[in-house]
Design a protein around this ligand. Structure first.
Ligand code: UFG
Length: 330
């Protein structure tokens, strides 16, 4: 039986595909390649198309024996979602509805879902656990929460079991050096800092230094992308063993401010990395740090690429060896 990975040519999806390949899974990737990269898919069968294209998805389900889905395909930028929320509802929420309907039609009853800390919004407690309130501060998080809720009702009505993995800040690159982070436009802190280190940007803009944090800049919980990938493999196993639907946070449990990230990147790269303080970015909560106890206990997840310095070094290995990323977009 094959695992269908939607968005498997994207940053986190491609690392999950690599982890599934390493243990010999049969893989089918669906990706529109609007943001994904063909070269990021290290194996399996790639179908290029959109989840909202019913005939295309019929072909995917008819040509393969799929028993589980890992669903990454979505728009995922906080800032962009505040400008074009309609696109986020259409691609993310409607795209997921189309996928769940196809799964139901073809009798596929397991889905691992790529969710986000952005579902919580401004947290009540730090670290955040899965029972804390979910009041997103941006449209992106709101669409991911809507997708989780939709899966709950497909479980109630049709028995489709889901495991939703709420990631904190994915960072780093695969140890093989073959795949890494390449977004266009790039908006994430660590790759932007490394682009500044490479001289591809004049400086890093720090979005706000007047938050209620020790140095005034936002605090995030950075987790290695291959540790995230491992959690997806464990989640597929758990669903295959007949487990019930569940939600898990995936983070390191330790927060770093934007200024701290820049400091560590300076020492890893040995480059200056000029920094300019700018206005806050809309939709950014001040502090997001995970409690991942539940994932450790129930999934047996053991993230071990924990040191931020090592995470940034793995990203730096990728960025310095591939300064133009996959270099596949005109
Ligand atoms: N930041 C800067 N300058 C930049 C880019 C980012 O100061 O040029 C700051 C942001 O304001 C934020 C922090 O760095 O405070 C991290 O920003 P990212 O864009 O790297 O990540 P986010 O925390 O905004 O979002 C990421 C994912 C989302 C996910 C979220 C959950 O992109 O998909 O983590 O925490 F929902």
């Amino acid at each position: 039986m094959a695992v269908l990975v939607t968005g498997g040519a994207g940053y986190i999806g491609s690392h999950a595909v690599a982890a599934l390949l390493e243990r010999g899974e049969e893989i089918v990737v669906v990706d529109s390649l609007r943001q994904g990269h063909r070269k990021a898919v290290l194996g399996g069968k790639l179908y290029v198309g959109d989840l909202r294209d019913s005939a295309f998805m019929d072909t995917v389900f008819q040509e393969n024996s799929i028993d589980a889905v890992i669903h990454f395909a979505a728009n995922s930028l906080v800032g962009e979602s505040m400008k074009v929320p309609g696109q986020y509802y259409h691609n993310n929420v409607y795209g997921t509805l189309c996928l769940l309907e196809k799964m139901n039609e073809y009798g596929v009853q397991k889905i691992v879902f790529s969710s986000t800390a952005a579902t919580y919004g401004e947290p009540e407690n730090v670290p955040i656990d899965e029972f804390d309130r979910t009041v997103p501060t941006n449209a992106y998080g709101e669409t991911k929460l809507a997708m989780e809720k939709m899966m709950k009702w497909f479980d109630v009505a049709h028995g489709i079991k889901f495991i939703s993995l709420r990631y904190f800040n994915a960072a780093g690159a695969h140890e093989s050096g073959k795949i890494g982070e390449d977004h266009d436009p790039e908006t994430h802190l660590i790759p932007i800092v490394l682009q500044a280190a490479l001289g591809q940007r004049p400086h890093i803009s720090v979005f706000g230094d007047d938050y209620a944090t020790p140095d005034g800049t936002c605090i995030r919980d950075y987790i290695h992308v291959s540790d995230l990938a491992d959690a997806h493999v464990l989640a597929v196993d758990r669903l295959r063993s007949g487990a019930d639907s569940a939600v898990y946070n995936l983070g390191n449990g330790q927060g770093f401010s934007v200024k701290e990230v820049i400091g560590i990147a300076r020492s890893v790269t040995g480059r200056e990395i000029p920094m300019v303080i700018e206005a806050r970015r809309a939709g950014d909560p001040a502090v997001l740090v995970a409690s991942s106890e539940r994932a450790r206990k129930e999934l047996g997840w053991n993230p071990h690429r924990n040191k931020l310095e090592d995470i940034i070094r793995s990203a730096w290995n990728w960025h310095s060896a591939n300064p133009k990323g996959y270099n596949d977009k005109q």
